[in-house]
Design a protein around this ligand. Structure first.
Ligand code: PRP
Length: 294
């Protein structure tokens, strides 16, 4: 029993993060908001968290799926696009809602694109050969794939390829290189991924971490709302604002009025505000929520 306790106390979860790249900053921000405290000096690649059984390893993005698979690390924050390409045997534990982008096929702007058949016999440059190969096969397209590890967007301009398959986020890279998107292969966002069959003591730490991350992500998707309402409109307002259980209703000093407190989803925000105003609500305050446990 004592030994088990010791083992439990010693257990540590190892997490891979991008050393640099589109996920790096938001990954650190999420960990910080989840109360994970550490100091990573310039260029430090391995960091022990001070207040949670977690060790962080800052690794090259494209190597991360292999490290998770081989057990060098237990979990990782990576783009779904990378999992599809190199880690489809790994498990997505939680979608993290940042670094949203998609993988797309693009051609030079001047091309009069008739549809997928255009790609037959063409050369396509990409850093995602596996995902592209699968897509082409599914659509019965015979094309040659040129795998390059970066600056894919330059390939058509230097005669290396007829088109590209690359990540698109804002679209500015395509625009700058006089390319246009013609087909979408998949949507992607940052995810927390692990390998199947994690040891129970590590799984417990992962569950604790996921609980914290969910509290941060749920809070980010919701707002706290306070408003003043004439008492005869409370029932109508309650239908618009169901709240987590039901809204809090407190009497105001001015008779005939109440203060209503509730939580609304960020996505419903403007529609809900319009309905509240239409029902006589006044003095509407919207407040960000730091953490939310449901
Ligand atoms: C991707 C992709 C493009 C760019 C597209 O590169 O390869 O270069 O982002 O983004 P945009 O639509 O906002 O312009 P990433 O930054 O992931 O780095 P990479 O070149 O190492 O893939």
């Amino acid at each position: 029993m004592e030994k088990e306790k010791e083992q439990r106390e010693e257990a540590i979860l190892r997490m891979a993060l991008q050393k640099s790249g589109r996920l790096h900053d938001d990954s650190l921000k999420l960990l910080h908001e989840a109360g994970i405290r550490f100091s990573n000096g310039q260029g430090q690649l391995k960091v022990r968290v001070n207040n949670f059984p977690l060790e962080l390893l800052f690794l090259r993005n494209s190597d991360i799926p292999n490290y998770v698979r081989d057990g060098v690390v237990d979990v990782a924050i990576v783009g779904e696009n990378l999992l599809v390409e190199k880690g489809d045997d790994l498990e997505v534990v939680l979608k993290l809602g940042f670094a949203r982008c998609h993988l797309a096929l693009a051609v030079p702007k001047a091309v009069d694109y008739p549809g997928l058949s255009w790609w037959n016999g063409k050369r396509i440059a990409t850093s995602y050969p596996h995902t592209l190969q699968k897509f082409l096969k599914e659509h019965g397209i015979e094309a040659s794939i040129h795998t390059i590890s970066g600056s894919v967007e330059i390939a058509p301009n230097i005669g290396l390829a007829d088109g590209i398959c690359d990540l698109v986020s804002s679209g500015s890279t395509l625009l700058q290189n006089r390319l246009k998107e013609v087909e979408k292969l998949l949507d992607s966002e940052a995810v927390l991924a692990t390998r199947p069959g994690l040891e129970p003591e590590k799984q417990k730490i992962l569950d604790d971490l996921v609980f914290r991350m969910k509290a941060v992500l749920t809070a980010g998707n919701n707002k706290y709302v306070l408003l003043n309402v004439p008492n005869d409109r409370i029932e109508a307002i309650k239908k618009i604002l169901p709240g987590m259980k039901s809204p809090t209703i407190l009497p105001l000093a001015e008779s005939g009025w109440s203060s209503v407190h509730s939580v609304i989803r960020e996505d419903d925000f403007w529609e809900v505000i319009d309905q509240l105003k239409a029902n006589g609500a006044q003095g509407i305050l919207i407040i960000p929520i730091e953490k939310m446990v449901i």
